[in-house]
Design a protein around this ligand. Structure first.
Ligand code: GDP
Length: 304
C-alpha cells in the first residue's frame, strides 16, 4: 500500500476533527484553539506535542488577530512540520544504501503482537530485493509461534534462518546467528527477540546478555536496535517506547499497523518526543507494506 492509502483512516479522522474544531468560525479565537487542541489530542498526536503545536499557533494568532480559519489548516501543517524539524528523519535511509558494517546486525525488540515478526519479514524482503544477502535469527525462543512465524517468512522471502529448540537460551541463538552470519559473509542479519515487558530489569538483562554474546563474535554489534511499536495502540505505543528506551539503547523505531487505524497521529508524537528516528512504518500485512518513514511526506499526506 502507498502512504496515502495506508494513512486513509488517520487522515479522515484527523481532517474531520480539525474541521469540526473550526466550523462556523471566521477567525481563530480561544475557542477554536481549545477545540483544535482537543482534536489533536484525540488524533493521538500526544499531549506534549499538541501543547507545543498549540502554543506556536497562539503566538501567531497574537501577532495577527484577524487570522482567518481557512488559513488555519495551512498554518497547522507548517507548525507541525516546524516542530518535527529537530526530529531525526528516517528517510535518508534506503535499502540499497551501503551498510556501514558487514555483517550488519539489527536486533529487533518490542512487545509481543506489535508486528515484530512481520516487520522482520518485510525488512528481509526489502533488503533481499536490494541485492543484499540476509540471515534471520529466531531468538524469541519463548513462543513456538514466534519461531514458526519467522520460519514462514524465511521461506516466503527465501532467506536462511538460524533457530534452536523452543525454550533454549535466546543468547545462544543470537550467538549462533552471529557466527553463521560471519561464516556465510551475510550483508544483513535480523535477530528477533522476546518481547516480555512484565519486568524492566528482566528485559534489560535479557537484551544485554544477547548483546554481549553477539559482541563476542562481532565486537561493534549490534549495529542497530530497532524497536517495533503498534501504531494502532496509540498512546500505549508511546508508553512502550518509554519502557524500551529506558531498558536499552534503541537506535531506530518502526511503527506498524497504520492502515486499519485512525491513531496514526501517534507517529508524530513518537518522532517528536524521542530523539530516535522512526525509520519504517507498516501499512499492511504483506511484504511490500513497509515504507521508509519521511516526516515531511507524512505530514503532507495527513493534510492532503
Ligand atoms: P509479533 O508478535 O510482534 O511478532 O507480531 P506479528 O508479526 O506476528 O504480527 C501480529 C499481527 O499483526 C499479524 O496478524 C500480522 O499480520 C499483523 N501485522 C503486522 N504488521 C502489520 C501492519 O503493518 N498492518 C496490518 N494491518 N497488520 C499487521
Amino acid at each position: 500500500e502507498s502512504l496515502d492509502q495506508g494513512l486513509q483512516k488517520t487522515k479522515e479522522g484527523f481532517l474531520s476533527k480539525i474541521s469540526k474544531a473550526i466550523v462556523g468560525k471566521s477567525t481563530v479565537d480561544e475557542e477554536v484553539l481549545d477545540n483544535l487542541e482537543e482534536a489533536l489530542v484525540s488524533a493521538d498526536v500526544g499531549v506534549d506535542t499538541t501543547v507545543r503545536i498549540i502554543n506556536r499557533i497562539e503566538e501567531r494568532v497574537a501577532r495577527d488577530k484577524y487570522l482567518n480559519t481557512s488559513e488555519l489548516n495551512r498554518m497547522l501543517q507548517e507548525e507541525i512540520q516546524d516542530i518535527l524539524v529537530d526530529a531525526p528523519n528516517g528517510s535518508n535511509y534506503t535499502f540499497d544504501s551501503e551498510l556501514p558494517a558487514k555483517p550488519y546486525i539489527i536486533l529487533v525488540v518490542g512487545v509481543n503482537g506489535v508486528g515484530k515478526t512481520t516487520t522482520i519479514g518485510k525488512l528481509a524482503h526489502n533488503f533481499k530485493k536490494a541485492g543484499k544477502s540476509v540471515l534471520l535469527g529466531a531468538a524469541d525462543t519463548f513462543r513456538a509461534a514466534a519461531v514458526d512465524q519467522l520460519t514462514i517468512w524465511s521461506e516466503r522471502v527465501g532467506v536462511p534462518i538460524i533457530k534452536q529448540a523452543m525454550g533454549s537460551d535466546p543468547a545462544a541463538v543470537a550467538f549462533d546467528t552471529a557466527q553463521s552470519a560471519v561464516s556465510r559473509q551475510c550483508d544483513v542479519v535480523l535477530i528477533d527477540t522476546a518481547g516480555r515487558l512484565h519486568n524492566k530489569i528482566h528485559l534489560m538483562d535479557e537484551l544485554n546478555k544477547i548483546k554481549r554474546v553477539i559482541q563476542k563474535v562481532i565486537p561493534d554489534a549490534p549495529h542497530e536496535v530497532l524497536l517495533v511499536l503498534d501504531g494502532s495502540t496509540g498512546q500505549n505505543a508511546l508508553e512502550q517506547a518509554k519502557h524500551f528506551t529506558a531498558a536499552t539503547d534503541v537506535t531506530a523505531m518502526a511503527v506498524t499497523k497504520l492502515d486499519g487505524t485512525a491513531k496514526g497521529g501517534v507517529v508524530l508524537a513518537i518522532a517528536d518526543q524521542f530523539k530516535i528516528p522512526v525509520k519504517f512504518i507498516g501499512v499492511g500485512e504483506k511484504a511490500e507494506d513497509l515504507l521508509i518513514f519521511d516526516k515531511h511526506e507524512f505530514v503532507d499526506s495527513l493534510f492532503s
